[in-house]
Ligand binder design. Sequence first.
Ligand code: GAP
Length: 460
Amino acid sequence: MSQTVSMEKIVSFCKRRGFVYQSSEIYGGIRSSYDYGPLGVELKKNIKEEWWRRLVHMRDDVVGLDSAIIQHPRVWEASGHTGTFNDMLVESRTSGRRYRADHLIEEATETDAEGLSAEEMTEIIRTDDRIKDPADGGRDFTEVRPFNLMFETYTGPVKGPENLAFLRPETAQGIFTNFKNVLDTSRVKVPFGIAQQGKSFRNEITPGNFIFRTREFEQMEMEFFVEPGTDEQWHEFWIEERWNWYTSLGINPDNLRRYEHPEEKLSHYSKRTVDIEYNFPFAGWSELEGIANRTDYDLKQHAEHSGENLEYIDQTTNQRYYPYVIEPAGGPDRIMLAFLSDAFTEEEVNGEERTVLKLHPRIAPIKAAVFPLSKKEPVSTVARELYDDLKGDYRIFYDDSGSIGRRYRRQDEAGTPFCVTVDFDTMDDNSVTIRDRDTMQQERIPLAAVRERLQKLISG
Ligand code: GAP
C-alpha cells in the first residue's frame, strides 16, 4: 500500500470506477449515506461471503441466522441500549453545530474524556479556554446531554408511544433472543456459535471518513457460546482466528494490530475486549472489529426481562448453566475500506503510471477478463465461448474494445487478478495467454485448461 494515499483519492477512485457513490447524489447527496456501484457491490458481497465461508461453512460448530431489523422494543431495554447507548452531545450557540463532547474535549486538551459524565464534560467545556467551536472559534456551548443513538420509528398507522420501535443498532441481540430457538431446532451443543450478517443503524452524531462510520451500515457478528471457565481460551482462539482471516485475504500484517481495551473503559457487558485495528492511510489506527468476552450478561438479561429460562442444559452431565459468549463483531463496509486502502497501488511501469488494486483473488469483484484480440470471427467466437463457459462460476468480464494495453489497465484498476487473451494463434494452437495482474507476467496455456487453472488460482 502507498502510505500517502489520501481519503480524497480513495473517494474519487471509488466513484470513478463504480465502487461507491454518494447516496442521492442527483439531489445534492445526503451526508453519511453511500451506495455501492457495480464493482463495490461485488467486493462487499465477496467479503461477506468469505466471512461466512470461514466462520460458518468451514466449521461444524457454527450455524447461521437472519433476524429482523425491527424487534420488540423490550429487546433494547434488556440489552441496555435504551438506557446507555448514548453519545455525549453538545451544541455551539454561535454556529448551531452539534459535536460529540468527548471528541471536542479530547481534540483541544489531548486528554481522554471518554466515560466522563455529562455534568463533568459540561464543566470542562465551560472552564477550559482551549475548547472552541471548530467552525467559528466560539465558546458559547449548551450543556452536554446524553443522546441515544438508536433510530426511532413507528409500527402501524398510529404514531404514539405505544407503537414506538427501533431500528436495530447491532445484529447481536437477534442472536441472543433466538438462542433457545436455535438450541431447540438444531443439534448444536456448547461450545457453538450463531453467526449473522445484516444492516444495523446508529444515529451517529459525527459520522465520517467515507464508509468508515455511517448511520446505516452492515455488521458481521458471531456469538460463540462456551462453558464458563473456558471463555478466556476461546477468546484468544477467536482473536487469532479473526486476525488470520484478514492476513489470509492479503491484508499486510504490518497494517494490523491488536488493541486491548483498558479495564475501566470496557462496555457494561464485557469482561475483556480486544479490537483488531487497521492503520488507515488517512485516519491512522482505527477499529476494524472488536472481539469481546460478553460473559453471560445478555442471556441473563433476556431471561430476566422475558421471563424465559435461557439456561443451557448439558445432556451428558445434566448440568444447567448460562453460557459465556465470545463475540467477534465487524462491519463489512469498514473492512472493505481497509481492503481497498491496502490494495490501492500506484506504480511506474515502463515510464507510465499504473493504478492497480492488488486485491486477493477471492474478494476481487471480477475474477477474470476475457479479451478477444480482434472483434472479428473466428477470434471473437472462441473468446465468447470461453466467456460463456467461465461466467457461471464467477463474475467474468468480456472486453473487446480498445488496445490490449488499455484493457489491461482498466482491469488493473478494477482489481481483476487474471486476464485471458484469445488471439490469432489460438486458432492454430488452441492456446491462450493468461496474464497475472500483479506480476504482469504472461503465460501461454491450453484453452481447455483455463477453467481449471482459474479455479486453482482463485481459491489458492
Ligand atoms: N455487537 C457489538 C458491536 O456492535 P461495535 O464495536 O459497536 O460492537 C462492531 O460494532 C463493528 O461494526 C465495528 O467494529 C465496525 O466494524 C462496525 N461498525 C460499528 N459502527 C459502525 C458505523 N457507524 N459505520 C460503519 N461500521 C460500523
